[in-house]
Design a protein around this ligand. Structure first.
Ligand code: MRU
Length: 343
């Protein structure tokens, strides 16, 4: 499995997800501004992965800050990282966790603070891998043997610190001996399914076929799909799920055809402050992602575009939400709150 992100000799190293699978290239971030730019430009993407990147960005920023006016610099570092992408709540969760540690350490020698923040970011990364394994262990039993699993976008090792959430469930089902294969939606416009999910599954020898997004309904109707498993960027208290744009359509088509629709996500993706999905901020990405493919224009010059990066799937289409602490089912307000407060 690939290393998505790691702390190496005072730098943050990440695999460049904008050029995969053509090139396997690593980007080295030497300061927090470079980490912020990498998150914004999607060198690193996927909710848990950008959480880890933000935590490492905070650690990197503080390791280059002087002892003078450290509080002020810390706030600037956190604010810059928080402004990169608005939808995935894991980003804010990770920054908050770093802030809490910092406020406990305030007044201690700067060297001690730096060391503790670096360790905390490393811990968030390691915990994420363990969390994904636990999500996989819970979710594997839900995957029907001998069928195809449909997934949208990339919720794999690349979108996390390792193993993946939705792809973690698929990996765990395969490790449990289930004979399954995967249909990956290509996921226009950024093509995370075509470029990243298929690549990742090929690395692991898990049989995968690429389909274009508009083929999902056809296959969901065919009876070949045993279940859909996707990740999430933010889940509201009532179980409404924000995930890569196109997820909502897949969920509606799954329900229409009696195919279970599962969401796999860590508890850090829950935003219990939001009563429902309507308040989830949806990121608008550059028009060029829609009008161009690999730099080649596919629409007339001057074409107007809307490019929401995410959509919200209402909870009635979600069969279950698989977390590291267990599986939540409707009514979600109760089941998600119980999981979130579980030790
Ligand atoms: O825009 P992206 O590529 O960051 O969007 C990623 C997704 O929507 C994923 O499905 C989600 O973050 C879950 S990743 C485990």
């Amino acid at each position: 499995m690939v290393e998505t992100i790691e702390w190496r000799d005072g730098t943050v190293v990440m695999i460049d997800q904008t050029v995969l699978p053509r090139e396997e290239k690593y980007v080295v971030c030497r300061n927090y501004e470079e980490v912020a730019a990498a998150i914004k430009s999607m060198v690193i993407r996927g909710a848990p992965a950008i959480g880890v990147a933000a935590a490492m960005g905070v650690a990197l920023g503080v390791s280059h800050s002087g002892a003078e006016r450290l509080d002020e610099q810390f706030d600037t570092i956190c604010d810059t990282l928080a402004k990169t992408r608005p939808t995935a709540v894991n980003l804010f969760w990770a920054i908050d966790r770093m802030k809490k540690l910092y406020s406990r350490l305030r007044g201690r020698p700067v060297e001690e603070i730096r060391k503790a923040l670096i360790e905390e970011a490393g811990q968030i990364r390691l915990e994420d891998i363990a969390i994904n394994r636990a999500i996989g262990a819970h979710g594997a039993s839900l995957v029907p043997d001998g069928k195809t699993v449909l997934t949208h976008c990339n919720a794999g090792a690349l979108a996390t610190a390792g193993y993946g959430t939705a792809l973690g469930v698929i990996r765990a089902a395969v490790e449990a001996g289930k004979k399954i294969d995967v249909f990956a939606d290509e996921t226009r416009p950024f093509l995370q399914g075509a470029r990243l999910t298929v690549w990742e599954l090929q690395q692991d020898g898990i049989p995968a076929k690429l389909i274009t997004d508009n083929m999902a309904g056809h296959f969901l109707k065919s009876g070949r799909i045993g279940c859909v498993v996707v990740g999430a960027d933010r889940i509201a208290r009532n179980g409404d799920v924000a995930n890569k744009v196109g997820t909502y359509g897949v969920a509606v088509l799954a329900k229409e055809n009696g195919v279970p629709f599962y969401v796999a996500a860590p508890v850090s993706t829950l935003d219990l402050t939001l009563p429902d999905g309507q308040q989830i901020p949806i990121e608008e990405r550059p028009a060029a992602e829609v009008t161009h493919v690999f730099g080649v224009a596919i629409a007339p010059a001057g074409t107007e575009v809307e490019n929401p990066a995410f959509d919200v799937t209402p909870n009635r289409y979600v069969t279950a939400i698989i977390t590291e602490k267990g599986i939540a089912q409707a009514p979600y307000e109760e089941s998600l709150t119980a999981l979130a407060t579980m030790k």
